[in-house]
Design a protein around this ligand. Sequence first.
Ligand code: ZN
Length: 348
Amino acid sequence: MRDEFSPKDKDTLAKRVGYHCSSPNCRALTAGPQEDPMKVLNVGVASHITAASPDGPRYDNSLTSEQRSSLENGIWLCQKCGKLIDNEPTRYTVETLREWKKQAEQNALHAVESGSRVEALNSIFSGDIDVIFSQSRSSQINLKAFEKFEFPSEVAKKNILAELERRRKNPALNPLFNLPSMDFFKETPLSEMNLDDLNKELDCVTQKYADADCYALYETHSNKFNLTIINHGTEYIIDGHIELYIPKNERIFISDRIFNKPSDYPFRTLPAINSGYPKIEGDDSSTTISQNTGDIRHKIPQRAFHTDIRIIFSQELIGQEIECLCKIFGKNLPDPIEKHLKIIVTPS
Ligand SMILES: [Zn+2]
């Protein structure tokens, strides 16, 4: 007597893997239409992981009849693979089949969640990948060395010192007290501040203009670059992730965020927005810039980072070539794909 699966359980097994064969070497679609518009073509089978009867493959006599015919003991395969696993039970062990089942169900879930195709999860990605700088369309890019400019805090400091100098020359200009500003959102102009307040202003100028300085440095005066991934293969790289390693150098500055433009009144600057900016981490040897890319589609060039990276090179690096390593990770990549990139620092 064979412990068969119920029709309902067979249907459940098939649906849990999206009607695809669970063998990682196959993944064939097992259902489709018949010529009769009312009928369904089924080339799938609910196979037993441990046999339904004592003379069958992988029979486990410790199971009860219910356990043997339960969903737990079934795996959805195409007819060809169903035959194959039963003909060679020593090659296709219980452990192997359980792993196939688990993987096939995970793939189906991932395909449903991400909208990608189950077949894409089938095999190891074997195509060619190019990683280039988006701006130069090449594996090499010229980026400019830092050019000196006046930071907002330096400008503010100069203005305060000039006002203090004006007062020193003409002490009659010192107001006895500060008039309250007519506009709540505007600060008292320097010319109307008393000496005490001017000196206080001078003490805190660096701190007060810190955000404005960062904005000027990283948003206005930095190099901005991105990478483009070109998948020359015939399938997606599933759930991609990119890491770019830039060798550690105290003359290279990489912003770890995007700085918002400070408003006219520096105390009211908004917090920095980081959404979309890659993750920046450093250790003794390199700075790692990383981000998840999602599926990397073939034949469609794709930006690696959601937002351009802000980077600054000090003048001493002019003429130097900086070798960077880029790694692409993916669910269907057993080893990451490695690419070499080069940054050449040029005079500003
Ligand atoms: Zn198959």
